[in-house]
Design a protein around this ligand. Sequence first.
Ligand SMILES: [Zn+2]
Length: 394
Amino acid sequence: MTSIRHWRAPMLALAAVLLLMPQTAAAQGAAEPAAAATATPDRPSYDVSLRGDSDGSHWTGRQTVSFRNAARTPLRSIDVRLWGNGADGCGAADRPSPVRVGGVTGGTPRPLTVGCTALRIDLPAPLPQGARTSVSFDIAITVPDRVHRFGKDGAHRYLGNALPLLSVRDAQGRHLDPDVGFGESFHTLAGDFRVVLDHPGTLVVPATGTTTRRPGAPGRTVSTSTARGVRDFAWAAGPFRSKTVTTPGGIRLNAYWTATTSPEGVTTDLEDAAGAVDEFGLRFGRYPYAELDLVMSDTLDGFGSMEFPGLVLLWTEPEGSAVVHEIAHQWFYGLVGNDQFASPWLDESFAQYANQLYYREDTTTCWEDHGAWPSDTAALTRTLAYYADGHRSE
Ligand SMILES: [Zn+2]
């Protein structure tokens, strides 16, 4: 993500360091396959059906996730992350958590942990290597009343990080890191999603993946989105205006914007998005998902912008937004994943480096632009835990 106003300026002075560290990066890459081989459960497939209320503030339904045990050791439990509870935790009697899960089948749930962001489900029998199984649960989502990637902005609702996701267990153990309130704590393996959203026909609903729509009950629309090989699924709902263009490289861009967002900003974002998705496709490998949604609002200044697979949420001003940086994240975090809690510098620095390449900025001087080294303890490879421990300004 980025919350900076002047997105063309270097957010972090990382690109130069990347250029200076090829041997280190290569060594880390060489060590990766052994750890990655044991990452489990893998190949998740999510099947979700939700019904939204009149303004998209509440969604209820059922979620099934099937998965495979990739590890040699039998899998006895899984961890589901409820990242939507990151800011509100376990809530209170009169203010329940934004994301609530119940009616678990396919396993036995334990009490929620990590500020109600982690749900362990014990499997009925150890799952051998290579075997698949599934769990299902009821889900109730209440969109928090704040301007946020999981929040509200006028009549618009953003459901980023709202859908429960499987956590990862690998050579480092179970990934049960907390949401520290900024950046991204997320670490997921790529999977497939089929999400059916039954919503009022008055609501426009951008979503990850490719979406088909059909009439539902009177006054309602059923939007079915499918996405393969993605790490997350996000959607939005509201009275968005919309327009679709196809880039010269053949990628469909679906633009959605709020009524108060400047037309100049929408035009600039669409032009930059088209240029970036095609250029990054040539540089890093073709964008494989056929379409990309741009969700734009001029009143996200309290939050900023955020990447999700196939959908970017943008704080769009008349001069544009961080759209190029967020589209670069489709490759760095999306197609090339990393543990964003342990190594936030990885996806952020590659995304910002790509951003500077797109704008033809000199990537050799961003070190100087950053000014003085922030502190004696600052290091490129610090985890989010470090930044959460009083070092956020670094
Ligand atoms: Zn970013």
